[in-house]
Design a protein around this ligand. Structure first.
Ligand SMILES: Nc1ncnc2c1ncn2[C@@H]1O[C@H](COP(=O)(O)OP(=O)(O)OP(=O)(O)O)[C@@H](O)[C@H]1O
Ligand SMILES: [Mg+2]
Length: 306
């Protein structure tokens, strides 16, 4: 059975179309990343799937339930967990009390609720802080409580709206590790992100969204689409002679940014040494050479050009 089934899902705000005719499905146990820039419609999509806002047209089903049926919507709310884009916890209540409150709202059995609260607060390194009011927590700690809240009632389907936004690398890694553990438990997860690297690390499929779904594929295939490794050469000083010799070697693309020359190549392993040799022969002083992967922008540009 498909756990999430979306067909031609559309949402308009007045005359403005925020989400245009999305179609995709998720099997049980999949982690699907909705990848898109600010304003792409990621949050709007998740809100529709969680029955928080209505759709304008199309359909969205969670398991065998229909998001636009009011009885089904009640059942959907109980079987899903949401990490919203704004944390939205009770600041005066402790971490523990917040989780207890939400778990009871789902009418989740008390004994299992207590076990789950303990399990997730420990997993997220918050057990020591369980009795402190959430208002005294840092952003990262609040985000972890928000993740625990989405999990306390053992939902089969999880929606996470940029769960690692604004977190330091360590906190982001803790959250990513928990998500990867959930994948082992065969839960179905839809994750919003504008971080290509994050999507590649945790998702088994990615939908590239910009109001419409531009592409849906595995991270490997999306990366192949652009094969966009670029070499960044930082010079002591930029000069036209050096730039001339780089261009003369006819790489796929040449851009400059301050004292950097950014060179796109079909085969960087073979071409980079030749380019560096040419730069040095032309009197260029190379400070460093590094590589960047395909960026989200590269993928968009590629897909939009198609
Ligand atoms: N309630 C609303 N009323 C009017 N316009 C809205 C409303 N909610 C969202 N929009 C518009 O819909 C578009 C998509 O917004 P949405 O929040 O879904 O984007 P997003 O992909 O989640 O972006 P971000 O990465 O910034 O969170 C935006 O142009 C936004 O201004
Ligand atoms: Mg958003």
């Amino acid at each position: 059975m498909k756990m999430i089934e979306v067909a031609n899902l559309t949402r308009k705000f007045g005359g403005f179309t925020a989400v245009d005719s999305l179609t995709f499905t998720l099997d049980r146990g999949e982690i699907f990343g909705l990848l898109g820039p600010n304003g792409a419609g990621k949050t709007t999509t998740v809100r529709m799937l969680c029955c928080l806002i209505s759709k304008t047209s199309g359909s969205a089903r969670i398991g065998d339930l229909d998001t636009s049926d009011s009885d089904d919507a009640m059942k959907i709310r109980k079987m899903i967990g949401l990490v919203p884009d704004n944390v939205g916890l009770y600041e005066t209540l402790s971490a523990y009390a917040n989780l207890e409150f939400y778990g009871r709202m789902y009418e989740f059995p008390e004994k299992q609720l207590k076990e789950n609260i303990q399990k997730y607060l420990k997993m997220l390194d918050l057990w020591d802080k369980k009795d402190s009011p959430v208002g005294s927590f840092s952003k990262g700690m609040k985000q972890k409580v928000s993740l625990a809240r989405a999990l306390v009632h053992d939902p089969e389907v999880l929606f996470m709206d940029e769960p690692t936004a604004n977190l330091d690398p360590e906190a982001a890694k803790t959250i990513r590790d928990v998500i990867l553990d959930l994948r082992k438990e065969n839960r179905t997860i839809l994750l919003n992100t504008h971080n290509l690297d994050e999507a590649q690390r945790i998702c088994n499929r990615i939908g590239v969204l910009k109001t419409r779904l531009i592409a849906v594929d595995t991270p490997e295939n999306l990366a192949k689409l652009v094969s966009g490794r670029k070499t960044v050469i930082l010079l002591e000083e930029m000069n036209n002679k050096v730039l001339g010799v780089v261009r003369a070697l006819n790489p796929r693309s040449v851009e400059t940014e301050g004292n950097k020359i950014i060179v796109g190549m079909a085969d960087p392993d073979r071409e980079t040494p030749a380019i560096i040799t040419a730069i040095v022969s032309a009197g260029g002083k190379v400070r460093s050479v590094s590589e960047t992967g395909a960026s989200l922008e590269d993928i968009y540009l590629h897909l939009v050009r198609e």
